[in-house]
Design a protein around this ligand. Structure first.
Ligand code: NDP
Length: 262
């Protein structure tokens, strides 16, 4: 089992984000010594609070990813938790979908578009920017573990995307939401554009589709297609991460390690 220094997860109150916290504590292939679970309302996140009670490795910080003016303070708090070995893994997981995955032109509003883009596309990039010095610190402190190459043992940013953000895959899908699909396509583009720049500092970045997972986000489409549970999804993602050595150039990955086209 591999133990990385530290990980931060956004949207850790429930669903896939909460499962990341659980498995980074107990997974048989990849765990983190320090797990920073961030969420909008720590006081209401009871499952997360239970995990914190069970292990000193779990730290909870308040973060609404759309509140960009709180990012500097967050970075200071994260820095004091992770220490001089920096932040090894940032998982940009928080995400929203305001439509029922069956919308059409008449259903959309500018507000819906903007809030979906703010959370799903803008926040992951601006948070990566805010935490970049800590990621770089981890890349420097752990360079020997990957022989100066890239890898999750050194420093990595994982953007939780969706196959709905693939222009090619979305065409054959029964589900769609203009704002959601487009926000994830934009996120995939950010991953692609930042890959070279971050790699120069030893930081890996990748977009990952977690599969169609039974969570609050998908409760309205339950029964439309086969779904997996969040434990299968996250266990798959963590084993994919372990072997990742560079950003996939031709697309992005799913939780089984398959390459999805842009
Ligand atoms: P859930 O709706 O179960 O959970 C979403 C999480 O995001 C919650 O913890 C929620 O927090 C948090 N969140 C939403 N907005 C914000 C915000 N502004 N700031 C901080 N946290 C926020 O969804 P999933 O677990 O299914 O989704 C997780 C990620 O996986 C998303 O990015 C989603 O797009 C992606 N995904 C999911 C798929 C699926 O089949 N489930 C498929 C493909 C991708 P709160 O409790 O405060 O609302």
């Amino acid at each position: 089992m591999e133990m990385i220094h530290s990980a931060l997860i956004t949207g850790a109150s429930r669903g896939i984000g909460l499962e990341f916290v659980k498995q980074l504590l107990t997974n048989s292939s990849l765990q983190a010594k320090i797990i920073i679970a961030t969420c909008r309302s720590p006081e209401g996140a009871t499952a997360l609070q239970e995990l914190k009670k069970s292990s000193e490795r779990v730290h909870i910080l308040k973060l609404d990813v759309t509140k960009f003016d709180t990012y500097d303070e967050l970075a200071l708090n994260v820095g004091s938790i992770v220490g001089d070995k920096g932040l090894t893994l940032l998982i940009n997981n928080a995400g929203i979908a305001e439509a029922s995955f069956k919308d059409s032109l008449k259903d959309i509003t500018p507000e819906m578009y903007l809030s979906t883009f703010t959370t799903n596309s803008v926040a992951p990039v601006i948070l990566t920017q805010a935490l970049y010095p800590l990621l770089k610190q981890s890349a420097e402190a752990h360079s020997s573990e990957t022989k100066n190459g890239l890898g999750v043992r050194r420093a990595a940013v994982i953007n939780i995307s969706s196959d709905l953000g693939s222009i090619k895959c979305a065409a054959g899908h029964i589900h769609r939401s203009l704002s959601y699909n487009e926000s994830k396509a934009a996120l995939n583009m950010s991953t692609q554009l930042l890959a070279k720049e971050l790699a120069r500092d030893g930081i890996l970045i990748e977009s990952i589709h977690p599969g169609v997972v039974r969570t609050d986000l998908t409760k309205d489409v339950e029964g439309d297609c086969p779904m997996i549970d969040s434990s299968t999804s996250v266990a798959g993602i963590l084993s994919v991460l372990l072997y990742l050595q560079e950003k996939n150039k031709d697309g992005f990955l799913d939780y089984k390690g398959n390459v999805l086209p842009f």
